[in-house]
Design a binder for this molecule. Sequence first.
Ligand SMILES: Nc1ncnc2c1ncn2[C@@H]1O[C@H](COP(=O)(O)OP(=O)(O)OP(=O)(O)O)[C@@H](O)[C@H]1O
Ligand SMILES: [Mg+2]
Length: 208
Amino acid sequence: MASPHDDLLQVLSAYMSPILARSVLSRSLRRCGLTPGTLERTELRRVAQALETGSRLFVDPGKLAQLQEQLRRLSDPAEDIRPVDLPIHDEDDIGEARRASWSLCDQMGADRFARQKLTTIVSELARNLVHYAREGRLQIRIEPEAKRAYVTSTDSGPGIPNLEEIMSGRYRSKTGLGAGLRGIKRLSLKFDIDTKESGTRVEAEVQL
Ligand SMILES: Nc1ncnc2c1ncn2[C@@H]1O[C@H](COP(=O)(O)OP(=O)(O)OP(=O)(O)O)[C@@H](O)[C@H]1O
Ligand SMILES: [Mg+2]
């Protein structure tokens, strides 16, 4: 697991250049009487408060609240990130699912790559629900300590009779690129599909 110092640096670096992030962080640490080597997780709250003041001048004012929220999360990891459970019927719901994914990544302080990865998975699953099952549910659960997201899509649609063909890459879709499910599998740590005539359940575990 990354050190508290690295966690803080990672969060700050999303809002300013890495060099500036280092300098802002070391100044705030000094103000708390600490060094990168002596920073313990228990002191994160104090340092996060110093950083809220110390970073104010360097961060886009429109993004300051988001940075402060992330710093607070880091110093209080016990606070759970609430899971999301969304009914998916139409294009608006797909947008809603994408926003929910984005917001969970914000709360986690996930980097841009992880954000993109989770949002792609969520978005592909939601699109499949609307296009092929007409409707379904999408759930996203986060385990902050493990930095994992668990995405589950469930529907009572017609199922996927040619799943093997699809996953082997031999399938040519009439409606899309036919790369959605394979793409999701590639981006996931674990990926599982259970499909029958009465519906489909897809589970993806994602590293953030
Ligand atoms: N939830 C679902 N219920 C029923 N059929 C599905 C479902 N999800 C996918 N499918 C079927 O599996 C096929 C492959 O899905 P996949 O997402 O991999 O590709 P696609 O949707 O065809 O194209 P792309 O996602 O690349 O735009 C779809 O064409 C569809 O026939
Ligand atoms: Mg698809």
